[in-house]
Design a protein around this ligand. Structure first.
Ligand SMILES: NC(=O)c1ccc[n+]([C@@H]2O[C@H](COP(=O)([O-])OP(=O)(O)OC[C@H]3O[C@@H](n4cnc5c(N)ncnc54)[C@H](OP(=O)(O)O)[C@@H]3O)[C@@H](O)[C@H]2O)c1
Ligand SMILES: [Zn+2]
Length: 344
């Protein structure tokens, strides 16, 4: 059986990024991809202190496939996402929620080699995402995780056109949440920690922009802050957990809060405030493969593109990408590109 050598980038106990090689063959239903584009997500930060091979959103070209694979052909351009392998048979896979596949934990534990930051990756054919012909690989790679997470919330939880949809935190995921929400016809309201992203958010389609600090909404004296109307749905896209007492004040009666921030810490929820106004709290993990494919079709048809900056897919580029994310400097997604010349 042919063995392939994959070059990957891993985290480490000290948080330093290391380069490593993995040697492995293709199992049944797997393909070998040449990775051309990958993006960095806030969740990668959690893996930086582990030996995990990094990267869970990217685009590659199928170079080899195992004998049984019919869904893709050699030469196809495909996307990879957080979900690496699914059983395809459990109730959740069948009902279009394969990000919650009942076999997922077992597969995760089986796959310490996961990661698409590198030159090649071996991925399960059943989780590859087709990319519309006229949608670029840079744009597709930048949508695969946070963008797809926002898309799932915006399309699968019964949000109605015209309803007020709030987005807290305008980063990689948040800026796509704003663009997608506006493109879907929702009245989109942004909450950010400073005014620096206000013009961008108006360009992305937001109708209102508010400053939100630890203590709550800041009254900057503008007409919109004086007349603030709570939102029906609130997507929390910040990189650190928010205070739920404060979130409750932003949401209308019978509204829903979607905490999307990944954190290993617990937060407390003011039960009385939640019960008193019938507020729902709905978690959501990334997206099913079907949902990601639908999002890319929608983005292609409606000209929705992430705002990206390209760096080279090498150790220096990856370190710069992580540092800019840590410093809050990214506007709004960094893409690592094979053979890029570190340009905008
Ligand atoms: N649920 C899922 O499946 C899923 C999928 C993808 C990502 N995530 C999680 O979503 C979060 C955001 O990811 P991302 O890729 O969008 O990260 P990001 O690009 O770093 O953006 C995070 C945004 O949060 C705000 N922020 C920064 N520091 C903050 C702080 N100390 N407290 C509160 N807000 C802060 C900033 O927005 P402003 O400047 O506008 O305030 C920043 O742009 C991460 O926790 C990530 O793990 C979850
Ligand atoms: Zn992610």
């Amino acid at each position: 059986m042919m063995n392939y050598t994959l070059s990957v980038f891993r985290g480490s106990e000290s948080g330093e990024i290391t380069q490593d090689q993995i040697s492995r063959s293709l199992s049944s239903n797997e393909v070998l991809l040449e990775i051309t584009h990958a993006s960095i997500c806030g969740t990668d930060d959690i893996y930086l202190q582990s030996s995990q091979a990094l990267g869970h959103e990217g685009v590659g070209i199928v170079r080899k496939k195992s004998a049984g694979v019919r869904s893709v052909s050699v030469g196809d351009r495909v996307g990879v996402c957080y979900i690496q392998k699914v059983c395809g048979k459990c109730d959740l896979c069948i009902s279009g929620w394969n990000q919650y596949c009942q076999e997922r934990k077992r597969y995760g534990a089986d796959q310490p080699q996961q990661g698409c930051l590198g030159d090649q990756a071996i991925w399960s054919a059943g989780t590859l995402i087709p990319i519309p012909k006229s949608y670029s690989s840079s744009h597709a790679a930048a949508c695969m995780c946070g963008g797809a997470t926002a898309w799932t919330v915006l399309t699968k939880y019964n949000i109605q056109p015209g309803q007020r949809v709030g987005v807290i935190g305008v980063g990689g995921m948040g800026h796509l949440a704003v663009k997608l929400s506006a493109a879907l016809g929702y009245e989109t309201v942004v909450f950010s920690r400073s005014f620096s992203k206000r013009e961008d958010c108006t360009e992305f389609g937001a109708k209102e922009f508010h400053i939100l600090r630890k203590e709550g909404l800041s009254d900057d004296g503008s007409a919109s802050s004086r007349k603030f109307q709570p939102v029906d749905h609130l997507l929390v896209c910040s990189s650190a957990p928010e205070d739920f007492s404060m979130l409750m004040k932003l949401v209308a009666t019978h509204g829903t809060i979607y905490p999307l921030t990944v954190s290993l810490h617990s937060v407390s929820v003011p039960l009385l405030a939640m019960i008193d106004r019938g507020i729902r709290i709905q978690g959501s993990l990334t997206a099913s493969t079907d949902s990601i494919a639908q999002m890319l079709e929608f983005c292609n048809e409606n000209h929705v593109y992430p705002k990206i900056k390209a760096l080279s897919m090498n150790r220096e580029g990856i370190e710069r990408a992580f540092q800019s994310m840590k410093d809050g400097q990214v506007r709004y997604k960094t893409i690592l590109v094979k053979d890029a010349c570190d340009s905008e």
